[in-house]
Design a binder for this molecule. Structure first.
Ligand code: HPA
Length: 271
């Protein structure tokens, strides 16, 4: 990644009409429908944007969509990049840097995750309060990082407290149960063993997934306030582990998605 490449990606999008978006939104696996609500959308396919990584996973449609939601100018990633597709962390987080350079002031992220905390259930939403990076690498571990911002980024409050408070108030008002907890990111794509689920519980994770943490690290690098919500799609009980099918995970993500959309729409309106 170079500054020139970022400039070229951004120039392409500005030329297409991506004019000063206020909010960036990353939609996780099975969570793409919010994009259908965008008014006067302009669609850029990932494989047409210069220097964007190419989308590979079949259930991701791979589009960056600009338009308005609740009267706010947004840029929405329908489909994200994962380490397990063979990208590196610079690829995975490149779109966050592009959205930032386009002008977003705040970033919302969603993902599908497994519930490690067994008080939580599939179909619940969880507001991420903190995270554990188990991907074995950092999106800031590259030679030239200092020219993009601090290398030793503070992570004492990675998820914006002000937006979190807002979202909790909204959830109460809409009577949507919003759990709170710690998200652990793994590489995947295999799901975890019983022993791994036990470990995740011991180290303090409430949910586990294969995304989000790299984007959040880069958002903090950019001093871009970020919030993230997990849709809990399966219950990871090591003593009673059921075989999971990725299609079931996506089904639960799909059926829970309306609650996530309601929260994000209300947050857009109120911020
Ligand atoms: N583990 C990792 N990622 C996931 C899971 C899980 O159990 N569920 C949804 N994404």
């Amino acid at each position: 990644m170079t500054k020139e490449q970022l400039d070229e990606s951004v120039a392409y999008l500005r030329d297409k009409g991506f004019h000063e978006p206020e909010f960036g939104i990353v939609l996780g696996s099975g969570l793409g429908k919010l994009a259908d609500a965008i008014e006067t959308p302009i669609v850029a396919h990932y494989n047409h944007i210069p220097y964007f990584p190419l989308a590979t996973v079949e259930f991701h449609s791979g589009q960056l969509i600009y338009g308005t939601l609740e009267g706010r100018r947004v840029v929405v990633m329908r489909g994200r990049f994962h380490l397990y597709e063979g990208y590196d962390l610079l690829d995975v987080t490149y779109p966050v840097r592009v959205m930032h350079q386009l002008g977003i002031q705040k970033l919302f992220i969603s993902n599908a995750a497994g519930a490690i905390n067994l008080n939580f259930h599939k179909g619940d939403l969880m507001l991420i309060e903190d995270h554990i990076n188990l991907q074995g690498d950092s999106p800031l571990a590259f030679r030239d990082v200092a020219s993009f911002g601090d290398r030793f980024v503070d992570m004492s409050e990675p998820y914006d407290p002000d937006m979190r408070r807002h979202l909790e108030t909204i959830a109460e008002r809409l009577k949507i149960r919003l759990r709170k907890g710690v998200y652990a990111s793994v590489v995947g794509p295999q799901l975890e063993t019983r022993a791994e689920y036990r470990m995740l519980k011991v180290i303090g994770a409430d949910a586990v997934g294969m995304s989000t943490v790299p984007e959040v690290i880069v958002a903090n690098h950019l001093r871009l306030p970020v919030i993230a919500v997990s849709v809990l799609t399966d219950e990871c009980d090591p003593d009673n582990l059921q075989a999971v099918d990725i299609r079931d995970i996506l089904d639960v993500a799909n059926s829970t998605e309306p609650k996530m959309i309601a929260l994000f729409m209300a947050l857009l309106k109120e911020l």
